[in-house]
Write a protein that binds this ligand. Structure first.
Ligand SMILES: Cc1cc2nc3c(=O)[nH]c(=O)nc-3n(C[C@H](O)[C@H](O)[C@H](O)COP(=O)(O)OP(=O)(O)OC[C@H]3O[C@@H](n4cnc5c(N)ncnc54)[C@H](O)[C@@H]3O)c2cc1C
Length: 468
C-alpha cells in the first residue's frame, strides 16, 4: 500500500513492527525482506518523481574540499538509485582487516559475513552474477591481461543492466506486499525515547504541507543515505543534548569518500594490452570490466591505501598519453566530518555542514599508487607512468569525488570507537539500527552499493530473528 502523507485523509499516527526511514536501495531492500513476515512502515521523504522543494531539504554547506551536497544524492522514491551509475564490486578481504599503518582501520566483521548475501545482492542490483573472481576471466583471455601480480593485480567490476532504479523496479511490490505501508512525502524529523533513555518509542513525521504524525514500532531503522543518517541522529536532540548515539561525539565523524584522481598519464608501449584493460566484457545480458588494484602484500610493504585504476582514452597512437583514472581509498579520519550548521531547512531541521578532508596518509596513498602501477607496467614493457605535478604539490582542488558517502556512523565492537555495533544497532539504544554506507568502518576502493545492499540483507536476517 502506498499512501501520500500530504493527503488530509491519510492517518499519520500509525504502528508497525518495523519502521524504516528512507526508501533508497538500503531501505527498499530491508522493507521487502522484513515485510515477508512482519508489519513494516517505510517512510519516504519524496514522492514517486523528483521535486525541487523536497530535494532542497538536502541542501547544506561544504567547508572542506569541494563537495556537492545537493548533487550527490536524490530525495524521492528509490533515492540515489534514480541516478547512480551501476558499477559494482566487492570490498577486498583485506579491506576488513586492521592495518597497523592505517589508524582506525578494521571492521568488527569479515568479508565472510557478507558472502551468503552476494547472490541475492546481485539479483537486486541486476548484475547477472555475484561472482567477482577474476582468475577465470584472465585465463579465458589468454593471459593477455596480466600485469606483474606481485605488485598490481586485477579486480572485477560488474555493471547493473538495466541500471537498477529501485523505485521503478520494485514499485509493484511496494504497492502490493501485504503488511507493508509506504508513506510518501513523509519526513522523519525526530525520534522520541522511552523514559529508560535507550528504547526508541516513536518517530515524529512531518510533511512539507504542514501535516504531522507520530509513528510507533518495536524497531526503527534509519536508511537515509550516508550523510543523512548522521544528520538525523545529530538532529534528534529533544532528549539527548548531543543527539542520539552520540555520547562519544563520534556521529558525523570519519566521513570518507573515494577520492577520484586523474593523477597520471600513461604512455602505452603495448596498445593491445591497454585496449584489453579498457574494454567492457559481456556475459549474456550482463557487462563487466577490469580494474587495476594493488596486492595486499604491496599495500603492507609500502604502508599505503587501496585503489582501483581504470585506463581511458585508448584511441592513442604510440607516444600519446592515456589517462589513468583512479578511485582511491580514503583513510578513516575523525577530522573529516559533518556537523549541524546554524541554518535550518523548510522542516526546521538543522542543515549539514560538511568538512571533507584528506590527510598525509591519503596523499601518500595517491603517490604510492602512481609508483606501484608505474613499476608494474614498466617491468613488463607495457607502458610508462608519469604522475602529474599537482599530486606532489598536494593540490586538493584537483580531487574529485564519487558521491560515495561512508563512515559517519561507523561500525565497531567498542562504543568508544564507533556509532553502531556489528549488527548495525546504535550504541546506547536497544532498538535503533542504521542501514547504508554510513556504517562502513573503512571504504576500500570500490563503489559502495554492492556492500551496503549485502549489509541490508544481513541486517534484515538479524532483525527477523529479534521479532518472532
Ligand atoms: C551520480 C551518482 C553515481 C553513482 N554511481 C554509483 C555506482 O556506479 N556504483 C555505486 O556503488 N554507487 C554509486 N553511487 C552511490 C549510490 O547511489 C549510493 O551508494 C546508494 O544510492 C545509497 O543507497 P541508500 O539506500 O543508502 O541511500 P539513498 O539511495 O540516498 O536513499 C536514501 C533515501 O532516504 C530518503 N530520506 C532522506 N531523509 C529522509 C527523512 N528524514 N525522512 C524520510 N526519508 C528520508 C531519501 O528521499 C532517499 O529516498 C552513485 C551516486 C551518484 C550521486
Amino acid at each position: 500500500m502506498m499512501i501520500d502523507a500530504r493527503d488530509s485523509a491519510a492517518d499519520l499516527d500509525r504502528r508497525a513492527d518495523f519502521i524504516i526511514v528512507g526508501a533508497g536501495i538500503a531501505g527498499i531492500t530491508l522493507a521487502l525482506e522484513l515485510a515477508a513476515r512482519h508489519s513494516v512502515i517505510l517512510l519516504e521523504s519524496g514522492g514517486t518523481e523528483a521535486d525541487r522543494e523536497t530535494q532542497s531539504l538536502y541542501d547544506g554547506e561544504s567547508i572542506g574540499l569541494n563537495y556537492s551536497l545537493l548533487g550527490s544524492r536524490l530525495r524521492f522514491l528509490g533515492g540515489t538509485s534514480n541516478h547512480w551509475g551501476g558499477w559494482c564490486g566487492m570490498l577486498d578481504d583485506h579491506d576488513f582487516a586492521t592495518r597497523d599503518w592505517v589508524p582506525h582501520s578494521g571492521w568488527p566483521i569479515s568479508s565472510a559475513e557478507l558472502a551468503p548475501f552476494q547472490d541475492k545482492t546481485a539479483d537486486i542490483l541486476d548484475l547477472g552474477s555475484g561472482n567477482f573472481e577474476t582468475e577465470e576471466l584472465v585465463a579465458r583471455e589468454d593471459h593477455a591481461l596480466l600485469v606483474d601480480g606481485s605488485k598490481v593485480t586485477h579486480r572485477m567490476m560488474r555493471f547493473s543492466n538495466p541500471v537498477t532504479r529501485m523505485g521503478e523496479k520494485y514499485r509493484n511490490a511496494l504497492e502490493n506486499t501485504p503488511g507493508l505501508s509506504v508513506l510518501l512525502h513523509a519526513n522523519l524529523v525526530d525520534l522520541r525515547l522511552h523514559e529508560n533513555g535507550s528504547t526508541v518509542n516513536s518517530g515524529q513525521v512531518r510533511t512539507l504541507n504542514g501535516r504531522s504524525g507520530r509513528i510507533t514500532a518495536k524497531h526503527f531503522i534509519l536508511a537515509c543515505g550516508g550523510l543523512e543518517n548522521a544528520r538525523l541522529l545529530l538532529a534528534c536532540r529533544s532528549q539527548a543534548r548531543a543527539g542520539l548515539g552520540n555520547d562519544k561525539g563520534l556521529v558525523g565523524r570519519f566521513f570518507m569518500e573515494h577520492p577520484h584522481v586523474t593523477a597520471a598519464e600513461l604512455f602505452a608501449l603495448d596498445q593491445s594490452w591497454c585496449r584489453g584493460q579498457m574494454a567492457l566484457r559481456r556475459d549474456s545480458d550482463h557487462w563487466f570490466g577490469l580494474a587495476l588494484a594493488p596486492t595486499e602484500e604491496s599495500l603492507a610493504h609500502h604502508r599505503c591505501l587501496n585503489f582501483r585504476g581504470q585506463i581511458f582514452n585508448v584511441e592513442c597512437e604510440t607516444d600519446e598519453p592515456i589517462t589513468l583514472r583512479v578511485m582511491m581509498e580514503q583513510a578513516p579520519n575523525p577530522n573529516s566530518r559533518l556537523r549541524l550548521s546554524g541554518s535550518e531547512d523548510a522542516l526546521g531541521l538543522p542543515k549539514i555542514e560538511l568538512d571533507w578532508r584528506l590527510n598525509e596518509l591519503d596523499w601518500h596513498g595517491i603517490q604510492c599508487m602512481g609508483r606501484l602501477v608505474g613499476e608494474a607496467l614498466g617491468a613488463q614493457g607495457l607502458g610508462r607512468v608519469k604522475l602529474r605535478n599537482w599530486v606532489m604539490e598536494q593540490d586538493g582542488s584537483r580531487i574529485g569525488f564519487g558521491s560515495h558517502h561512508m563512515g559517519t556512523t561507523r561500525m565497531a565492537d567498542d562504543p568508544a570507537a564507533g556509532v553502531v555495533d556489528r549488527n548495525c544497532r546504535v550504541f546506547g539504544t536497544s532498538n535503533l539500527f542504521v542501514a547504508g554506507s554510513s556504517v562502513f568502518a573503512t571504504g576500500g576502493a570500490i563503489n559502495p552499493t554492492f556492500t551496503l545492499t549485502a549489509l541490508a540483507l544481513r541486517l534484515a536476517e538479524h532483525l527477523t530473528g529479534l521479532v518472532r
